[in-house]
Design a protein around this ligand. Structure first.
Ligand SMILES: [Fe+2]
Length: 186
């Protein structure tokens, strides 16, 4: 993904997301999910392009930080509409991204390795709401690594405890570079 397209996606995400940009389902969460997913993908061969797009888009259709059972299905429909304009996935990749988005909050664990990696990347970020990821609820062997679980948990918890606005701003800037910096795969 070149810079021009990155900027277009950034601008789309900003305009489209209805919740707090730095809330529990906002940009910093997407950045951590993306990093988690790419770490796992390097070990298990999951498609890093699909994993990255999942990170940016799986919660984009949330209308509430609380219960919102249809947000995955809405995201699945949206990613189909965005393909060809903001990114170019072939049919197999689109199928994986759609399924990963649609079912990501249903607690399932069995799927294609790329979909499993997307779901694990999201679940490894539960520390932001005070929940330690349970290895039994993770899909991939790579994500069940206790060192990785601990690292993700502490990082997400740190974000949640960074209540001072200036710290939040610094965290958000780091997240921007994680999401959008040059050299990342999408
Ligand atoms: Fe999420």
């Amino acid at each position: 993904m070149n810079d021009q397209i990155s900027k277009r996606i950034t601008s789309f995400l900003k305009n489209h997301f209805q919740l707090e940009w730095n809330g529990i389902h906002g940009a910093s969460h997407w950045a951590r999910v993306r990093q988690n997913g790419l770490i796992i993908a390097r070990q298990n061969g999951a498609d890093p392009v699909v994993v990255s797009l999942f990170a940016l888009l799986h919660d984009i259709e949330r209308r509430s930080d609380g219960s919102d059972p249809e947000h995955g299905a809405r995201a699945a429909r949206l990613v189909q509409e965005l393909n060809g304009e903001y990114f170019n996935l072939h049919a197999r990749q689109m199928d994986l991204l759609r399924q990963a988005c649609e079912l990501h909050s249903d607690g399932e664990t069995y799927a294609d390795i790329t979909i499993q990696t997307c779901w694990d990347a999201d679940r490894l970020d539960l520390g932001r709401v005070g929940v330690k990821p349970d290895p039994m609820l993770l899909c991939t062997a790579a994500a069940r690594n206790q060192d990785l679980i601990d690292w993700c948990y502490l990082r997400a918890k740190r974000w949640a405890s960074d209540l001072a606005p200036i710290k939040r701003t610094h965290h958000l800037l780091r997240c921007y570079s994680l999401i959008f910096n040059r050299g990342l795969i999408i």
